[in-house]
Every structure is written in C-alpha cells, then in structure tokens.
Design a binder for this molecule. Sequence first.
Ligand code: ZN
Length: 519
Amino acid sequence: MSRILISLFIILSFWSCSQGNKDTQYTSLKKHDIKYVFTPIETQGQFRLKVDLYFNPKESSQIILPNQWGNQSKLHQAITDLKIHNLDTQLISDHDESVKQIKPMRNRTIHLSYILKQDWVGKMQSNRNYYRPILQKNYMHLIGETFLIYPNWGLEEKINVVFEWNLPEKWNFINSFNQNKNYQQRNITLNDLKYALFIGGDFRIYKKIIKGDPVFFAIRGNWKFSDKKINDLITTSIKTTRHFWKDYSFPHYLVSLIPTKGDCCYHAGTALKNSIALFMTEGQYITADLKYIITHENFHTWNGQKMTRQIPEENVFWFSEGFTNYYTRLLNLRSGLIDLNGYIKSYNQALKDYYTHPQRLLQNRQVSNQFWKNRNLYQLPYLKGDILAHLWNHQLKSNNLNLDDFMRLMLRSSISNQPTINNSNIVNNMNKLNTIDSNIDITRYIEQGNLFAQHINNMGKCIKLEMKNINVTDNVQENHWGAISTYKKPSSKIIKFPQYKLNKKLYSENKELCLAYFE
Ligand SMILES: [Zn+2]
C-alpha cells in the first residue's frame, strides 16, 4: 500500500510540475523514459489533439518529427504549435525539416508540446491519404510514425513508455498495446512506437480468444456484411496463420477496419505493431480481395516483421511480398476461406499478369530502384516471388518436403537485430533441405530477370498445365544477358503463358484427393 502511495505522490508531484509549466527536474521522470499525454481540443469546430511529451535526456539532443510513411511525405505539416517548456531552452531548426535540436541540453526532464491536426481534406483513399493522421469529431486513426515526435535514440533499444489518454468519455479506444486504458505503461522500442496503431471514437470493438490470448476487432461504418461475419473471417485467417508458424506469442492483437470514400471497390491494409489496419470503400460485400488482404497482412507479421528484410528492402520484396502472396492463397485454401477453383483462378491471374507484364524482363536491381516511382513495376516482385514459391514447393515435394519446411527454417534462423531476409540466408536455409540449387534460380529469375522457363505440369491429381497464347502490344524492355534495350513493338506479339485447369468433376467427387497436393 505504501508503495502505491509513494507512486501516487510521484505522479501527482510530476503532474503539478508539468501543469505549472515550470522547469521540470530530472528526477521527476525516473520511472519511465518517455511519457505522452494526449488531450483533445476543439479549434474552430475542428477536432485536434494536444500532445505533451516528456523525456529524460540521453546522448542525443535531437528530436525527430514525423516525415515519411509509405507513400506519404511531409507528415510534420500536421504538427503545429511545437513548444519547449523548459526555461532558457530553445528548439533549433535543422536543414532537415523533420529534425530539431534542443539547446542547451541539460540534465533534466524535457517537456515539449504540440497540437496535432488533420492536414488533409477531401475523399479518404485517394493516394493512400488515410496513412496521414485522421482526426475527426467522431473518431481518430493514428499510426505512431505519422504523429509522434520522439527523441533521436536507438530504434531497437527497450525503453519505458507511458501513454496517458484524456479522450472523450463516450469514445471506445484501443491501440497496439491495450484497450480502453487511460494510463498505459509499456517496455517497448522506438520501432514498436513508430509502427503502433492508435484508434478511438465510434468504433465497435469485439474480442475473440485464440489459445488464451485476445484478438480485438475494431470496425466503424456501414457494410453489406455483419460485424460478426467479418470478425469470424478474421479470426479464421489469424488462427490458420499462427498455426502455420506454430507461433502463438501474441498477448494482445488488434485488427481495425475503417471505411474510405471513393470509387468502389478499394481494399488495402498494412501490418503494424501487434495489429493490422484495413481500409475499404464503404458499403462493400465480403470479397475474395478482402480475404486476401487480411491473410496477406497477417502473414507479414512473420515475413517482414519477425523475419526482417535487408536494406534496401525493395531488393527482397520478391521474397517478402511474393512468398507472402503464395501463402495468402495457400492458407486461405487450407482454412476454407477459398476453394480450389478460387485458388486456380487467382494463380492463373498472377501468371497471366507476369507473362504479359511489359517489364517482366527487368533485372531486380532496376525493379527495386524504381519500385516507389513507377506504378507499373509495383506488381513485379509479388508476381515473381509467387511463381518461384510454386516452383520450389513443387521441387521440394519430390523429396517428401514442401515450402513450409523451408519457411520454418527461415524463421528459426532469424536473430534479433539482424535481417533474416537476404539472398544468402535464403540460399543457406534452402541448402539445408538438400533439394534445390536456389542460388541459380534467384540469380536467373530474380536478379537477372530472365523469363520463368520452367512450369509445373501437374499440381496433384486434379490440376493440369495448359499453355495459352495471348496477343500483346507493349513497350518491351528486353534483357539480353544483362544488356537492356527498350523499344516499342511495331505490332502485337504472341506470348505463350502457362495456365492451370482444374478437373471439376474429379474435384466434386473427391475433394480430399484434389487438395492433398496443397497440404
Ligand atoms: Zn505485402
């Protein structure tokens, strides 16, 4: 009890210091390294968030402001009235707009405050503006890196962070760390903070339990499906993916869905810390695309998060995105979210997209250099990785193994603070299975960008290969042993590409037989 009273005293004395806007003492923030206090304010009818930030100085005197997230830039434009409250101390601007210097830096708790506003208007979904802070009268949707200022410390160092929320009483709120808790204390890294999701407002929040741990689902808006239906779907997808990785270490998990406005039917998602944020045009039905997004983003918890990518990460998107796409389809089939017809239809589309892609022969280096600049290139790493995963899985099957064995080896080989996803680690793990010369395949199909020339003849007893022809007129960038030439084809060209055909009669008679290949 006495300990509680002492803690209460420390909190109260700290609170009075900060309230009084006096120079705070170093000792006042002893219990934690960073504290954020969030208080809503209304200015000219607009909902805004006042953020008070306290931290004890360490080696760096710099603070980092929001700047880039996904395709969004200049995120610091959402921050106004940035002030430092310590006496005789100033914030000095840097040539980089997202960095400020605290001068002089003394051994005392720093207190900063700023007002966060929504810095965009118009329809949500155009150009992924929903990644920017959303602050509306009835709800907020915030991703850590897009609205939090933090000291320039090591991103992987564990620190004690406190969040204090003074949100409207009627609001439901939840984030990557907890639900409806006005005071939260967490031992996390700055990277966890950057990738955290914070939402609140008129969300309908549901809780399901998977192996003893809660999975929360927060949804707002009107849809052509019930909350229960989509919540069940999400739970099935998460259960299947965790079962695949044999990993249930998730004490708290959140999936959110907010409606966007614009042309139907938009779906997008992003995997964040202990969470997935989904965005979809309002009023939609449950579609195959929605099931795809949910499983794809959940799979990234491992392929991209627990197994981190090398830098530059675009070089290995063929693995983190392409293999994730392969498993999205496969796990949705295994869990019954799609059937074998759906699987074949989706993979046939991927094959067609790849073989008719105008830049299918680009080298990986060129694809990754232009990945964020050239929208046409965006799909290439997804498609190439998806096809390579199918090929490797098929070859491993000849040795009574499959790609699942390789993926689990990859996860086991991951060491904290070191990127798991790089070509040499992929080759090393594949070598352990003694079946495939993965180095040759990566060099030929990914790095050099040669067209996939091998095709799987049969996927089990019910699916057969059929080569098809298509007329394509495109700007072709040909890759002749590394020399690139771009030219417009004067006339259309016939391209041969693989497609798979399911024996529907056999499938209806004996599903087990047809699905055995995918187990
Ligand atoms: Zn992805």
